[in-house]
Design a protein around this ligand. Structure first.
Ligand SMILES: [Zn+2]
Length: 394
């Protein structure tokens, strides 16, 4: 009933052989369409544009038109290979050696897309089609870069069409040592702050006529960096504020600069909101500035508010699938960077479960063939449980 390959390894190889480095589509979405269309999925290739950004191709395929609607979300774009000569195997050749599949995207996250595809096809074949509900794929080509023409626009598109999702599985590589040892039930919020301390430029030999912003900035960095935001919550580690860049636009050793800047990256947990974090940073810096006699300005940027899918039917179904296949009870975590789950959580409950992330974005990114089999079995069990157990509450 399908034209393309149907097993996870062959599918992963076909996807890896498409050089879909963000924002290039590279043929990867065509691979998905060739497999899903003959199975009756209504497929949409969606080209999204925005001024000042590269056009991005995205993909949405849905089978069925009723609830419950289970959506698998992911991305076919990959980060660049870097120095290809450093790779043991060519990054887009998808070679298998010693039971291991090599290639950019093997774990992040073409491998997981292949596993879900194989699991879904297996489910449809065993069940003689979809007996109830809907199954869909929401695949973006813009996750690894700015994520402007990817998932946020797909969500707008879904809303405009009146499409509703009941549960979403994101296939990011969440596992640490073995498939299923960790799944993500939320993510910390992400925010950048840029602090500028204003001084007065002058000759360093006549320092009394200038105001040096550098020592003031240094003390303000110290004050805010050594004040804990919190000590963690039930499902989250403590929030973290890290100074990441200190910059002074000055090349002369005998000039006191007029301004000095520092950037901070903040990862915050569910004890805070975006607005609350901004207010906290502002108040701390205000107090520090008064203490050291500094005048400053402050700007914020960054997307991705904190979210949590409270353990419930969706998280329980994934945990049960992992336990049944691997014998392991997954740790429910919220650590690590952001993912497109930060947008999808606005539509329905989201859980993230995928391959081992040890080699993601690295030279010689790779996945054990056995891991592809395990994740396919986990996803299959999850799909079975989802449609057998009925709709999860929205
Ligand atoms: Zn990813």
């Amino acid at each position: 009933m399908t034209q393309g390959p149907t097993d996870a390894v062959a599918l992963a190889q076909a996807l890896i052989r498409c050089p879909s480095v963000t924002p290039a589509e590279g043929g990867a979405l065509g691979v998905l369409e060739d497999v899903l269309k003959p199975c009756g999925f209504a497929c949409h290739r969606l080209r999204m544009t925005a001024p000042g950004t590269a056009d991005v191709e995205n993909f949405y395929a849905r089978l069925g038109s009723t609830s419950p609607h289970l959506c698998f979300a992911g991305h076919t774009d990959v980060v660049p290979a870097g120095d290809e000569r450093a790779w043991t195997r060519p990054p887009f050749a998808a070679e298998v050696a010693g039971g291991v599949l090599y290639g950019r995207g093997a774990v992040d996250m073409k491998g997981a897309i292949a596993c879900f595809l194989a699991a879904a096809l297996g489910y449809l074949e065993a069940d003689g089609g979809l007996k109830r509900g809907s199954l869909s794929f929401l695949i973006t080509g813009d996750e690894e870069a700015v994520a402007i023409n990817g998932t946020p626009k797909l969500i707008d598109w879904l809303r405009a069409r009146g499409e509703t999702l009941d549960a979403c599985l994101v296939g990011e590589p969440t596992s640490a040592q073995a498939v299923g040892d960790e799944i993500k039930i939320g993510r910390r919020g992400y925010l950048n702050a840029k602090l500028t301390v204003h001084g007065k430029q002058g000759h360093s030999a006549y320092a009394e006529r200038a105001v040096n912003p550098i020592p003031k900035l240094a003390r303000m960095i110290d004050r805010i960096s050594t004040t804990p935001l919190d000590s963690g919550s039930k499902h989250f580690q403590p929030s973290s504020l890290q100074a990441t860049i200190v910059s002074v636009a000055n090349t002369a050793t005998n000039v006191i600069p007029g301004a000095a800047q520092a950037n901070f990256n903040i990862r915050y947990n569910d004890l805070h909101t975006r607005a609350g974090i901004e207010a906290w940073v502002k108040a701390r810096l205000q107090a520090a500035a008064e203490e050291v006699g500094a005048s400053f300005s402050l700007a914020f940027e960054g997307s991705g508010d904190v979210f949590l899918t409270e353990p419930g039917p969706l998280v329980g179904a994934m945990a049960a699938a992992i336990q049944a296949v691997t014998g392991r009870a997954p740790a429910l975590t919220t650590n690590g960077g952001t993912s497109d789950a930060r947008f999808l959580k606005d539509l329905c409950p989201v859980v993230e479960a995928g391959l081992v992330n040890a080699t993601a974005h690295q030279v010689d990114e790779r996945v054990a063939i056995a891991d592809l089999a395990t994740l396919t079995a986990v996803y299959r069990r999850f799909i079975d449980g989802y449609f057998a157990g009925g709709a999860f509450p929205r």
